[in-house]
Design a protein around this ligand. Structure first.
Ligand SMILES: Nc1nc2c(ncn2[C@@H]2O[C@H](COP(=O)(O)OP(=O)(O)OP(=O)(O)O)[C@@H](O)[C@H]2O)c(=O)[nH]1
Ligand SMILES: [Mg+2]
Length: 333
């Protein structure tokens, strides 16, 4: 192993556009080691003034909807227009199984070999919330490295869309036209969060199906509150494979961005996101600290057993755990 570069060296490397330094910094931020974390946090704090300037886009959709293919095509288009594009993936399935990282790299083949693009799969292992936190840190590091478009890909499975919406400026939902009831599998909550909706795979004999789906989704949206005040979520058809509809997708992202900026909502949205990030980290840290106190986990197991046996109530059991943790309120009447 080579010796670890100093915070200063990493900082200079990142702001100088050295991708190796950016990669190493993200690895440091992903590390569970205490000293690595200290270094990573010092580095990110140093770099904070260089962050926040990118346009942050999240792409979600069911497995196989074409997220990676869309990012590949869109990314190349954006690079052609002079942007620098970083792609981060949150993959809750890989968090569970050690999953599809290789797959993603190969699916974004052209983009991953481009000098103006940077692709980073999510670390395997850990819970969704943890993976999402690392993604936020990676996003800040990419911004400091001069990437002005950050695209975060996340498979849509339940909680993950909300998590994704919490870290981007614009959430794009990718759908595929299928037979049967278009709206069946897709939850209203996700549509409500989406700033841009794309019906992908509108090619070959699927074009009429895609157009019908577009109509259905437009109709369904009319009954939902807007994702962003003053914004009407557009529904578009595209084919990531054939490269059609991509210009329109990006036009929509830029129009949404313009609205956020003009109305002051961008700042507000990001501030709210950061506050929630802080809140959730505090909760997590407090919980960790409590669990690490001697006797607490045993008290929880005991409380659970007694609740199961119907010896005590749930509030009583909770109180017992709080006392075991030494956290009972002293001045309660
Ligand atoms: N016909 C057609 N096929 C597409 C299109 N976009 C993606 N595909 C195909 O759909 C499959 C899945 O595409 P991906 O881009 O990997 O989908 P994904 O949403 O990233 O998938 P996961 O990351 O596994 O959730 C691949 O075989 C693609 O070639 C499209 O616009 N048209
Ligand atoms: Mg993918």
């Amino acid at each position: 192993m080579s010796t670890r570069p100093s915070v200063q060296e990493l900082k200079e490397g990142i702001t100088g556009g050295d991708r190796g330094a950016l990669s190493r910094a993200i690895t440091l931020a992903e590390s569970r080691r205490h000293d690595d974390q200290e270094h990573a946090q010092e580095l990110i704090a140093d770099l904070l003034p260089e962050t926040g300037k990118a346009i942050r886009v999240g792409i979600t959709g069911v497995p196989g909807a074409g997220k990676s293919t869309t990012i590949e095509s869109l990314g190349l288009l954006l690079i052609e227009r002079g942007h620098k594009v970083a792609v981060l993936t949150i993959d809750p399935t890989s968090a569970r199984t050690g999953g599809s990282i290789l797959g993603d790299k190969t699916r974004m083949h052209q983009l991953s070999s481009h000098e103006d693009a940077f692709i980073r799969p999510s670390p395997s292992g850990g819970v969704l919330g943890g993976v999402a936190r690392k993604t936020r840190e990676a996003m800040l590091l990419c911004e400091a490295a001069g990437f002005d478009v950050i695209i975060v890909e996340s498979v849509g499975v339940g909680q993950s869309e909300a998590e994704l919406a919490e870290m981007v400026d614009c959430l794009m939902l990718l759908l595929v036209p299928g037979a049967g009831d278009e709206l069946q599998g897709i939850k209203r909550g996700i549509m409500e969060l989406s700033d841009v909706i794309v019906v992908n795979k509108a090619d070959g004999d699927r074009v009429p199906l895609a157009k019908r789906a577009r109509g259905d989704y437009r109709h369904a949206l009319r009954m939902l509150p807007p994702s962003t005040p003053g914004w009407e979520t557009p529904v578009q058809i595209a084919s990531a494979a054939e490269g059609t509809g991509l210009t329109e997708i990006w036009d929509a992202v830029e129009a949404h961005r313009a609205l956020l900026e003009e109305s002051g909502q961008l700042e507000e949205r990001r501030r709210r996101q950061t506050e929630r990030w802080l809140d959730s980290m505090i909760e997590e840290a407090v919980l960790d600290a409590v669990h690490s106190r001697p006797g607490v986990d045993e008290a929880i197991a005991g409380a659970r057993a007694d609740v199961d046996a119907e010896k005590i109530t749930v509030p009583q059991a909770t109180q017992r755990v709080i006392e075991a943790a030494g956290l009972s309120k002293e001045h309660e009447s």
